[in-house]
Design a protein. Sequence first.
Length: 486
Amino acid sequence: MYDLLGFLTEILLVMCQGYYLQWFYGKFMESRFVRYKRSRFLIMIIWIVARLALSYFWKTGYDTVEMEGKWIVTMAVLLLATFWLYKTDRKRKWYFSVTFFAVSEISFLMAHMMLELGQVIFPFLSWCLMEGHISSVDIFMTLTQISVSFLQLLLLTVYVFLLRSGLRSIVRAYREKEYEIHRTELAFILTPGLAGILICNLLRLLMITVEDKIPTTLYEKYPGMLLLVPAILVLSFLSIRYGVKVYQDMIILNREKSSRIILERQMGNIQEHIGEMERVYTNMRSIRHDMKNHLAVLTRLADQDSKGENTEIKEYLAEVEQTMEELELRFHTGSTVADTILTMKYHEAVRQLPDLEIETEQLVFPKELQIPNYDLAVILCNAIDNATEACFRQKDQGGRSWIKLSSMVRGKMFIMEISNSFDGQLRMGSHGEFPQTEKEDREAHGMGLYNIKNAVQKYDGAVDWMAEDQTFILTVMVKNERKCEE
């Protein structure tokens, strides 16, 4: 009876392990056999078959060497199955395999503590039998069987709860699911899991000792371990959990640092370019004003020729006047900075995409706009760069490539909308806030929308986006108030 109950409990426990293993892996890694509908359950089947086969054919007893060997073989089977079934990089396979194994072992030993605490029911039943509170041995045996079944069910329930909760907490903490793990980072996040596995293995070896051929549990010999062991296990799990959190925070911090460096470099170049363009534009308007007067005088003198011999002079003067008109900035939005940026970005884009159309008729910056040129340049540069990048990807599919910019004022809010054509395909980032860049070097790119968000948040603003068919629309809203300096 007890052997059957223990066997059924082990089967249910291994099945729960297999289910949560495939669920945990599915959150981070893609199967090599994704074309098959049920391919995600392959790791579950392999785990269940391997664990049950090892339990049936490899009876370890209390032998230390055999227990160590069985543990190593189990871990090796998990790693081999992971490397075979999933196509992510090796570092991620190592990390998720070790982490699952560690959380599973910690959860089992924590659940086993409930089993040890429940053992007090058997001395109580024996006392009741001796005192006559239990009238017969048959009733005593029935109550004992019920107690054993209850404790086995309690062990399984607590284990599943702890395993599920532990894995879910790690999934929530691991936000940057597509970030490539580097060697030093792997050592940092893998160490707590390996330490947890070794601690659990050590506790398993020490849990039962044999004295005079009589098995004795660690808790019977040292009752204080009933408090010490759970504390060790909880700290071991927390080291895994917070190791992941610190690692993820480091990724975000490094990204923000890289973004800031790139942004500062970009803005330095833009500010230098804007300053030069403003100087040139001011001189150009003065020269153009004087030249138009000179051209008007020369044209009038040429018209006074009654013989009509100055036809070539007139044509030449007309060409010069047309050239002077072309010296004007292409865009006129009410902001010299915006006009300069739009002109600069337009000429950069048409070198690779001559048919690109940029419409700015509805883009007007009010004279009382309080947003500094620096932040305005951040918003425009990143928005236009993203739009032109999308148009470049679309050109292989044919169709018209276009960018449209418009703006409006609603009370104290200045709203700008940038829409563009794109190929209709979006790659979402790990936390789903903005689409991800298609460039290979994602650590140095893909920060444009986050830079825009950081800029507008200084003015109680917000960034929103939507994609419809092959049109991408970015909306930027800022409060038209100058930021108060502390």
